[in-house]
Design a protein around this ligand. Structure first.
Ligand code: AHR
Length: 509
């Protein structure tokens, strides 16, 4: 039996909805085929965007979508992707499979997609191989409401009004594919480039990652545990600034992929034993160490936590599916991935005082996708179902909670058996997400809730074997369903959570 304690009266940080964000790159079949099929496609679409994919993403309330990369971002020249499609320049996508990129999906198409999804925009600019002028003009093209060469160009391409850019990344992985820079060199470049990411609309409120009236600028942060990058970056960014927080940076990114031990592009997404399962999950828990490590540096410069840690690439990275282009990073998705998502999202919730946005890599057909497509067919992966179960946490208030669970695992790969987080929404409903990571053992949970809402308790559950998955032949093998086995007690509730399952519990106000 596990004891679970929740204090609904002790509100902590707000869980920004952007923590449930997504990332889509011009990589493999993410954009082309996965999201965008073109206006003339026989696959049902609205202005070229697949209807099934748009609907499935709306169902999980996608809050924000990062685009166009990734490594692709620092090779992307936005002017190649505007104007009549037939005249758009073609290029070689050198990072991802060496395929021809015809630029038929560009700025206007991305904005159309976000408008259909009803989500915020997160554009990643090109610092690695682009110019300051190019970045500056892109921001002008998208956001200026006035007369200028760029707004004339925008109007000539059919769009009079500006769009809203919510977040803007000034380069991507500039320690690697974005230019192989040192932290100090990048930070100086960042200072210069961001100067020309103009805020054309004034805001009376101070700069902060939580001020939606501004374009929030994200600097390229560390890869995994590269603390020297974080230190070098922040030291240079904050140098010669009178105020501790200088308002030129709203967020610092962090990239971390779960790479199972012995990663050599041969670890299968679907064929694995329990030892590999524990190995993979233990690496998912490492996200917590990374957040603590990098936030300790951020706290020195920004104790008030105005600067967000933006985990804009996370997820599992396995071998590509047999027979597919190695440069396309197409992998299947199992209940193991559902567990990775459950662990990671609970960690983000618990650290939502510093983690202000996160973007799973990637939305469709690439790495840990929420959706897979094949021609006209689409499946929702186990990871999609976790996003569905967790969606009530979006913009809710994290509350204090703790759980005593046993340690499970094999050999050196030890993990806690249960992970959880709890939040209170604006109407006073309490939402709890709990995952039992054991492949074989159910646990009974005795829960005490201080300040428990007075309404009924209900739950949904996603369960299966660790390697269960949805395929185009069997698209609904894995899915969530209502869970009857939960009972309300005088000061809480109890349930027995089955092995390898994720539950979303709601206590109504
Ligand atoms: O998501 C795939 C790639 O992983 C991205 O392009 C890059 O930023 C990271 O290395």
């Amino acid at each position: 039996m596990a004891k679970y304690y929740i204090n609904a009266q002790h509100k902590l940080s707000k869980i920004n909805k952007e923590i449930y964000g997504h990332f889509s790159e011009h990589l493999g079949r993410c954009i082309y085929g996965g999201i965008y099929v073109g206006e003339d496609s026989e696959i049902p679409n609205v202005n070229g965007m697949r209807t099934d994919v748009v609907e499935a993403l709306k169902e999980i309330r996608i809050p924000v979508l990062r685009w166009p990369g990734g490594c692709f971002a620092d090779e992307y020249h936005w002017k190649d992707g505007i104007g009549p499609k037939k005249l758009r320049k073609k290029m070689v996508n050198t990072h991802w499979g060496g395929v021809t990129e015809d630029n038929s999906f560009g700025t206007h198409e991305y904005m159309e997609l976000c408008s259909q999804l009803g989500c915020e925009t997160y554009i990643n600019g090109n610092l690695g191989s682009g110019t300051v002028q190019e970045m500056s003009e892109w921001v002008e093209y998208m956001t200026l409401d006035g007369v200028s060469p760029m707004t004339d160009l925008r109007a000539a391409n059919g769009r009079e009004k500006p769009w809203k850019v919510d977040f803007f990344g000034v380069g991507n992985e500039n320690w690697g594919c974005g230019g192989n820079m040192t932290p100090e060199y990048y930070a100086n470049e960042y200072r210069r480039y961001q100067t020309y990411v103009r805020q054309y609309k004034d805001s009376d409120k101070p700069a902060s990652i939580d001020n939606p009236e501004r374009i929030r600028r994200i600097a390229c942060g560390p890869n995994v545990d590269d603390i020297e990058w974080t230190q070098g970056l922040l030291k240079t960014l904050f140098r010669h600034c009178e105020a501790k927080f200088h308002g030129n940076t709203d967020g610092v990114s962090l990239h971390y992929y779960v790479l199972p031990e012995g990663f050599d592009n041969k670890v299968s997404a679907t064929q694995f034993d329990e030892k590999m399962y524990y190995n993979t999950l233990s690496k998912a828990f490492y996200m917590q160490n990374l957040i603590l490590m990098h936030q300790a540096v951020m706290d020195q410069y920004d104790p008030e936590k105005k600067l967000g840690l933006i985990v804009d690439e996370w997820g599992a990275w396995y071998a590509v599916e047999p027979g597919t282009n190695p440069g396309f990073l197409y992998q299947q998705n199992t209940m193991r991935d559902a567990m990775i998502a459950a662990i990671t999202l609970n960690i983000f919730n618990k650290h939502s005082d510093r983690v202000k946005m996160a973007n799973i890599a990637q939305t469709v057909n690439v790495l840990q996708s929420v959706l897979l497509t094949e021609g006209p067919r689409m499946v929702k992966t186990p990871t999609w179902h976790v996003f569905d179960l967790y969606k009530e946490h979006q913009d809710a208030q994290l509350v204090e909670s703790s759980l005593e669970s046993e340690t499970i695992g094999e050999g050196e790969y030890l993990i806690q058996s249960i992970t959880e987080s709890a939040s209170l929404d604006a109407e006073g409903n309490l939402h709890i997400t709990v995952a039992n990571l054991s492949p074989s053992k159910a646990y009974s949970l005795e829960t005490v809730v201080q300040g428990m809402p007075g309404g009924p308790v209900s739950a949904r559950i996603l369960s299966g074997k660790i390697d269960d998955k949805n395929t185009f032949e069997q698209p609904e093998l894995v899915g969530s369903k209502e869970f009857q086995g939960i009972t309300r007690s005088e000061n809480g509730f109890s349930l027995t959570i089955p092995a390898c399952s994720v539950a979303a519990i709601t206590i109504k106000a």
